[in-house]
Design a protein around this ligand. Structure first.
Ligand code: KG4
Ligand code: ZN
Length: 375
């Protein structure tokens, strides 16, 4: 539910300055940040939980929510202190929170904390969609993009393409039909004995290997599909690493495992996996660009910018390839700086500024939602 707060409404054409505290707790990072006027990051504090989930090879929801409860207060306190905020009730204008999508128990902690602080300080509360905020991350400390834009979200939970008409209007034109690309990276890392979360480790090892060593498949789907699929690549990697299985289901056994590979072999597998995973993303990015340039598909104007966000936007090969893509198509490229690629609260606080200026607030009935608007 959204509502305007008449006591803070303004008729001035120039947006009044705003300082917003945001809280992020959708998955396994507890984060808080303070951002001025949507772009100037005054603080950006992130407490990761990797060490708590590593032995399980993935995020355990109960462990994540318990850790959020323990960390949320110190993280918010540090974000305020780093931003030089000593009296939040006087110095802050609003409290924002990522309220969807995510793990319900994790979201509950952040939403409850944000509502409590907003109520105690007498500030409006603004619920933000975490996945949309990933696309805002590139705008922090940068000029606003030219619209319309083509958006690409590549994270641990999402892989989507979006048509973006303006800062607040976007609609999905493609999404993954199985795993997200970050999830595929994490599973590849587990198969290769590189631990969790493995995206960066696979990326680092890929630099040392030969990407043509193994011919892993680049998923295309049907000729005009803008959707992604990474399950075939994952299975192809599994069979390359461990050999063809014998037996089925629980009886399935493999002839070998990652321990049977030397360092050079693991590097080659990482490089070959990365070539196929990023190759699939670039293929769909080109298709999406052509689709948005096609007036017969109802598009009025071709995209002027390419906006990218999500944890996998930190990937070195993706960053190089999208830079060349943007240059070839004369698109403005908006790629988050490395500190804002992974989950953070600065992107939420930044995105909340336009909602603040429109007086588009939520109220204390704001509740967490496991699914997002781009899911
Ligand atoms: O956006 P994010 O922090 O969380 C979600 O909203 O899902 O993304 C986390 C994902 C993880 O799957 C992680 O392995 C992946 O981003 N990641 C990378 C790299 N750095 C992080 N994947 C590939 N290359 C990287 N350099
Ligand atoms: Zn995320």
């Amino acid at each position: 539910m959204t509502h305007s707060n008449p006591s803070t409404s303004s008729s001035s054409a120039t947006p009044q300055p705003c300082v917003i505290l945001a809280i992020e707790s959708s998955c396994d990072e507890t984060a808080a940040a303070v951002v001025r006027d949507g772009r100037e990051v005054l603080s950006n504090v992130i407490a990761t939980q990797f060490e708590l989930h590593e032995e399980y090879g993935g995020v355990v929801p109960e462990i994540a929510s318990r850790a959020h409860i323990e960390r949320i207060y110190p993280v918010v306190k540090e974000a305020l202190s780093e931003a030089g905020i000593t009296n939040p009730a006087n110095e802050l204008d609003a409290v924002a929170v990522g309220h969807r999508p995510g793990l319900i128990g994790s979201l509950l902690v952040g939403v409850a904390a944000a509502k409590t602080l907003a109520w105690a300080w007498g500030k409006p509360i603004i619920g933000i969609d975490h996945v949309k905020a990933h696309l805002y991350a590139a705008c922090l400390n940068d000029e606003p993009p030219a619209y319309p834009a083509l958006g690409l979200i590549v994270s641990g939970g999402h892989t989507s393409l979006c048509a973006i008409a303006n800062e607040s209007t976007m609609h999905p034109i493609g999404r993954t039909i199985d795993d997200a690309v970050g999830e595929a990276y994490d599973k590849a890392a587990m198969m290769l004995g590189l631990g969790f979360p493995g995206g960066k480790r696979v990326d680092d090892r890929a630099h040392l290997g030969n990407e043509k060593a193994y011919d892993l498949p680049i998923s295309r789907l049907s000729p005009d599909s803008l959707d992604f699929s990474f399950s075939g690549l994952k299975t192809a990697l599994l069979y390359t690493v461990r050999g063809q299985p014998t037996g089925r289901g629980k009886e399935r056994t493999f002839a070998k495992d990652f321990e049977d590979w030397n360092e050079e072999g693991i590097n080659d597998l990482c490089a070959s996996f990365q070539r196929a995973a990023i190759g699939a993303i670039m293929l769909k990015l080109e298709r999406a660009y052509q689709y948005l340039c096609d007036s017969k598909a109802g598009n009025v104007e071709p995209p002027r910018s390419l906006i990218i966000g999500g944890g996998v936007s930190a990937n070195s090969k993706l960053r190089t390839e999208v830079a060349a893509f943007a240059q070839a198509h004369e698109l403005q490229l908006h790629l988050p700086s490395l500190e804002y690629c992974l989950d953070n609260a600065a992107m939420l606080a930044g995105m909340a500024a336009s909602r603040f200026h429109q007086r588009d607030f939520d109220d204390l009935s704001l509740s967490p939602q496991p699914a997002g608007s781009l899911s």
